[in-house]
Design a protein around this ligand. Structure first.
Ligand code: ADP
Ligand code: MG
Length: 334
């Protein structure tokens, strides 16, 4: 579990983090998103105490890191594994030797190190590359070795700062699957720093948006999706590429709870073809929540579309240029 309260970080006269409160329950994945320069990496460095916060507290698994120093802090920090954008592996060491390094620093016995390195490389699907050097591995493979090294000291918390940036979609998916497994199998609490909304959609249980050092919006992903109109809820819905739109008029549809499961085909009887271009749908027992981007015949009267869909419990709103831009800003910021 991670509990960040009243966290502030100043560099000289500049306030880079301003009164951040954020709690991530054990075994959950939280994403922190935001444009470049928002303070995301500074937040990650303050959580593992690579940087000392100016004020506020960071508690990890019940231990207040901000109250510790010296040897006790070094020991407590073993609770936290960290994975960075470029895996930062040592070039002269093999994958196995890189993963072994934190354990060797700990002075663990050779047999124990060998056993754990084997387990870790197997977990991240890299056992068959144990004796390869970083230059012989793809970016995604290096990142997996980096994750194995981050897990070497059996941390309860994993921090990932842009770990999937620059990876192709397949490699990204493999890393996200791996993080999900670490949460589900090992109960690791994961803080994912990212500027990619796909990552949030893919694995996050909760999300917080950072802007100019402050959290401007946050919540459980399922709740944020439900919000009728917020920058984060819009950014969470993928926008279709122009080629898919193909002359149709774009609409955002939202529904929650008791909609008829056949509303889409019923609505199509009244509105003509409904092209589903993007969708984010969550079903949890009786309640179901969805946001969709659909393309409709541009000749349809706006009021009629809204009325027809309202009869099925679905709220419809035409997509405006502003809407698309708000999503882009979050997605393209590095
Ligand atoms: N060591 C530092 N000294 C001074 N300013 C810094 C330092 N590290 C980061 N900053 C500033 O803090 C702000 C947030 O940076 P960062 O946390 O790297 O943002 P992000 O990861 O969201 O892109 C930026 O304006 C950056 O210039
Ligand atoms: Mg950063």
């Amino acid at each position: 579990m991670i509990e960040i309260s009243g966290l502030t970080k100043d560099y000289a006269a500049t306030r880079v983090l301003d009164d951040i409160d954020l709690t991530v329950d054990a075994g959950r994945i939280a994403a922190v998103v935001g444009p470049s320069g928002a303070g995301k990496s500074t937040l990650a460095r303050c959580v593992n105490l690579l940087e000392r916060p100016t004020s506020g507290s960071v508690v990890v698994s019940g231990q207040e890191l901000t109250a510790l120093s010296g040897k006790r802090l070094r020991h407590a920090r073993q609770q936290i594994g960290t994975v960075f954008q470029s895996a930062n592996l040592l070039r002269r060491l093999t994958a196995a030797q890189n993963v072994a390094l934190p354990m060797r620093h700990q002075g663990l016995p050779d047999a124990e190190v060998r056993r754990r390195v084997g387990d870790l490389l197997e977990r991240v699907g890299m056992l068959h590359r144990a004796n390869h050097y970083p230059s012989q591995l793809s970016g995604g493979q290096r990142q997996r070795v980096g994750i194995a090294r981050g897990l070497a000291l059996q941390p309860s918390v994993l921090l990932s700062d842009e770990a999937t940036s620059g990876l192709d979609p397949d490699a990204t998916r493999a890393i996200l699957d791996l993080l999900r497994e670490l949460r589900d199998d090992l109960g690791v609490t994961i803080l994912v720093i990212t500027h990619e909304m796909d990552v949030v959609r893919g694995i996050a249980d909760q999300v917080a948006q950072l802007d100019h050092g402050r959290i401007v919006e946050e919540g459980a992903v399922a709740d944020v999706v439900r919000r009728s109109d917020s920058p984060l809820s819009r950014a969470l819905l993928p926008m279709p590429p122009a080629s898919a739109v193909d002359g149709r008029r774009l609409w955002t549809l939202r529904y929650r709870d008791a909609v008829s499961p056949v509303w889409l085909s019923r609505a199509a009887q009244d509105l003509g073809e409904v092209a589903v271009l993007a969708a984010l749908v969550e079903d949890s027992g009786a309640a179901s929540v969805g946001r969709l981007t659909v393309g409709l015949d541009p000749r349809l009267e706006e009021r009629r579309v809204v009325e027809v869909l309202a009869t099925y419990g679905v709220a419809a709103e035409p997509v405006t240029a502003l809407h698309a831009v708000a999503g882009d800003r979050t997605e393209s910021a590095a």
